[in-house]
Each structure stands twice: as C-alpha cells, then as structure tokens.
Design a protein around this ligand. Structure first.
Ligand SMILES: C[S@@+](CC[C@H](N)C(=O)[O-])C[C@H]1O[C@@H](n2cnc3c(N)ncnc32)[C@H](O)[C@@H]1O
Length: 203
C-alpha cells in the first residue's frame, strides 16, 4: 500500500503552489456545481489541502473530505476554520479504509488521485457502491499513458521515492468507469496532456 510519507513532506509546498491552469480549475468547479444541491451528502477522497471541498461547501448539505496525509488534512482544516465553514468534515483516511454505508452518497469527487492508486479500478467500483442510484462521480485524472507511455518504465523509480504512479490511458479509464456501472455524462480535457475531467452517473 502506498504511504502518506511523500505527501506529508510536500504538503506545505503543495498548499502554496499556484494552480497550473486557473481558468480550467474554475470551469471544473462550475461544471461540478450543476450537479450539486443543498440537501446533498458528498464525499471527496484525496482532498489534499481542501480547496475544492471548501469551494463547493456552500452548495451542499455536507462534505466528508478525506486524505491519508495528516499534514494535508491539518492544512485543510485550518483553511475551513479561517473561513468559518462548518459543513465539511475533514478526516485522515486511506481510501481503502473508508467505511461508509452503501448507497449513502449523492456525489463523490476524486481529483488528481486515481492515477496515484495501485487499485484505482477497485476504487472506482467502491465509489459506485457508495453512491445512491443516479449518484454522480466527478473526477479529474491524469491519463499519463495517452501522451507519456514511457512513464511505465519511470514509475518504478518514482515508487522508490515514495510516489506511486499508475500509467493508464483515457480509454482504460473510460472502460473501467463503464465496467463499474457508470455512464459517462460529461468529459472534458482542457488541453493535450492535461487531466481528463469526467462526470459519470451511476446507472
Ligand atoms: C495530487 S494530490 C491532489 C489533491 C487534491 N485532490 C487536488 O486536486 O489538489 C493527491 C492527494 O491524494 C492523497 N492520497 C494519495 N493516495 C491516497 C490514498 N490511498 N488514500 C487517501 N488519500 C490519498 C495525497 O495525500 C494527496 O493529498
């Protein structure tokens, strides 16, 4: 199982880092907002320093925002406290250990995380199980094999440095979502090599 060591080490730097493409991020927030309602229960896994959960909090009932890095969660909680946002529960948890009732969530978000998980296909299946029928999974994912298939050879070296990378294509991601029982409703890639933004509905 991947360790949180790498992410704890870089958390402060990650929090300070400006977004690569602010316009694309804002557009993803806007698209997501169309799927949110004030009575909704939302999960965000791999929430990092909490920016996305904080942005969506005013538009839903409650967000459980989880990350296995204690440092990321500490920073996220600090931001929520500073902004007096009370409807987010930040929790340190590995996605594999997250035990929620089946069919209990309206929306699940996982941004810039599936490509970090050894068992990303199983995680998609798990997300599907936790969503209510008609629920929505929203993910922004680096499909590294589309443009940099040679990363398959670099990934083992990165693993030695503590960063697990999964190298898959857009097609493989789409296929895994469909196999799990999702219907892809919206798909957008801001540019070549950019993360693929997907809104998928539980059938
Ligand atoms: C690239 S960052 C993305 C953070 C945030 N979602 C964003 O879009 O800025 C990946 C995050 O996933 C977390 N993470 C990686 N593997 C995880 C796992 N197995 N369970 C929970 N969190 C994990 C890391 O700690 C890190 O905060």
């Amino acid at each position: 199982m991947a360790s949180s060591f790498f992410w704890n080490r870089i958390a402060n730097r990650y929090a300070r880092q400006p977004l690569g493409d602010e316009a694309a991020y804002q557009k993803k927030l806007q698209i997501t907002r169309d799927y949110l309602e004030l009575d909704m229960e939302v999960l965000e896994f791999g929430c990092g320093t909490g920016s996305t959960a904080l942005a969506h909090a005013p538009f839903v009932k409650h967000i459980l925002a989880t990350d296995f890095s204690a440092k990321m969660i500490e920073i996220a909680q600090g931001k929520a406290d500073a902004q007096n946002i009370e409807n987010i529960t930040f929790q340190r948890a590995n996605i594999d250990e997250l035990n929620l009732p089946d069919q209990s969530l309206d929306v699940v978000m996982g941004h810039s995380i599936l490509h970090l998980l050894d068992n990303w296909r199983d995680v998609i299946i798990k997300v599907h199980g936790k969503l209510k029928p008609g629920g929505t999974f929203i993910t922004s994912t680096a499909c590294i094999a589309d443009t940099m298939p040679y990363f398959r050879f670099i990934a083992p070296i990165m693993r030695l440095l503590g960063l697990t990378l999964q190298i898959f294509t857009t097609k493989e991601l789409e296929q895994s979502l469909t196999n799990a029982g999702f219907e892809i409703e919206h798909q957008w890639q801001p540019g070549e090599g950019a993360s693929l933004f997907v809104v998928a509905k539980k059938r």
